[in-house]
Design a protein around this ligand. Structure first.
Ligand code: ZN
Length: 299
């Protein structure tokens, strides 16, 4: 693995809290402030000058797609992604048909609220199953089955590699290289949702980003890895509080020409979910500002 990045893309970072920070490509994934309704999250982020919001289906469903779309549009926010697909990794024709149908509905919801991508979290092993490669094969078939609907709706299927500790229960898509291979086989209308939490440990991650190129990275999730991590699902660190070299990844993304979204996404049952969402929003902006400026215009 090399960490060489041209000097030309290495730039100064601003002081935290710089009020002049350009947040136009920065989104907050609403799970970061999960006690807020979608409407409250939209209003909070917009008031703080954040460019976009990552939306979760349960919040959008609670409001109804049309109302959600209106609130987001009126606030002028972009939507990098809708989280997430329903698990498709089920055995049995009826269950699979239902899962495909529900995911078509979620693709339509994504289109309705202007989300560019539906994040695909397909499930791990089926109940009682031990054949991981069969599970992965079923996921590929399900994605293939969904793709015509996604293409017609103009919503990308975003394959998000999840940390290997999630392989049995949540997703059998676990490395960047695995997802990129899948994207290459599936073709147009698919891409990668890259998340530092899930990928930072992977020695092939930087090479994967270079190989993917800017157009196949759909959105980039920011957070940090705490030591120790007390809960692998819900103990993510705020940007800057952990061990991930986020500045390195920002330079690498600049070097490959990535101009897409940066989205903070924090699951934190011990800390950030217990705080005032206004404070979480403010600190998210302060911590992320050094990493989210437009390419070539880093402060
Ligand atoms: Zn993520």
């Amino acid at each position: 693995m090399t960490r060489d990045v041209p000097d030309s893309v290495i730039s100064e970072v601003p002081a935290h809290g710089d009020a002049s920070a350009d947040l136009s490509r920065f989104a907050i994934n609403q799970i970061t402030t999960r006690s807020l309704s979608l409407k409250e999250a939209v209003e909070t982020y917009a008031r703080h000058g954040v460019g976009g919001i990552g939306v979760w289906t349960n919040y959008a469903d609670e409001m109804g797609g049309a109302a959600a779309a209106r609130v987001i549009r009126d606030a002028g926010l972009f939507v990098p992604c809708l989280c997430t697909s329903q698990w498709v990794n089920v055995t049995g024709g009826v269950a699979l048909a239902r899962a495909i149908e529900e995911n078509r509905r979620r693709i339509d919801l994504a289109a309705e609220i202007g989300a560019a991508t539906l994040v695909m979290v397909p499930g791990g092993l089926a109940a009682g199953e031990k054949d991981l490669s069969a599970a992965r094969g079923r996921v590929e078939e399900a994605l293939d089955a969904l793709l015509p609907h996604a293409r017609a709706a103009g919503v990308a299927l975003g394959l998000e590699p999840l940390h290997p500790m999630y392989a049995a229960e949540r997703s059998c898509l676990n490395t960047f290289a695995q997802c990129l291979d899948l994207v290459e086989r599936l073709g147009a209308g698919t891409g990668i949702v890259a998340d530092l939490y899930h990928c930072w440990w992977d020695p092939e991650f930087p090479a994967g980003l270079r190989k993917a190129g800017p157009e196949r990275v759909l959105t980039f999730h920011l957070c940090d890895w705490l030591t120790p991590t007390r809960d692998v699902y819900q103990d993510r660190g705020m940007v800057g509080d952990g061990v991930i070299d986020i500045a390195f990844y920002r330079r690498l993304l600049d070097a490959i020409g990535y101009d897409g979204p940066f989205e903070i996404e924090i699951f934190s049952k011990f800390d950030w979910w217990l705080r005032d969402p206004q404070e979480v929003t403010r600190i998210s902006i302060e911590r992320c500002a050094p990493f989210v400026a437009p390419r070539g215009r880093a402060p």
